[in-house]
Design a protein around this ligand. Structure first.
Ligand SMILES: [Zn+2]
Length: 82
């Protein structure tokens, strides 16, 4: 019954994951030259959450800034028209 909605949601989640990974691509710790690792939790775009792991707080800040630049805001998708 919910298969269409679920598939749609799953697609959005996949897109979100890919976009997030894309943003983190090339991010390296300036000190340890390690890439941060990202894990996703949740199956719908509404309850998905990200956990980041990195070698130190420095790389976490960089990764957070990258991702935070366009964090999805499901509750107000198109209402913010300048
Ligand atoms: Zn580091």
């Amino acid at each position: 019954m919910f298969s269409v909605l679920t598939d749609f949601d799953r697609l959005r989640v996949e897109r979100f994951k890919q976009a997030t990974e894309e943003k983190l691509r090339g991010v390296r710790c300036p000190e340890h030259h390690q890439a941060p690792r990202v894990r996703f939790h949740g199956n719908s775009i509404r309850d998905i959450s990200i956990s980041l792991t990195g070698c130190c707080s420095r790389v976490m800040e960089i990764a957070n800034a990258r991702i935070g630049a366009s964090w999805p805001n499901p509750s107000e998708s198109t209402s913010a028209a300048s």
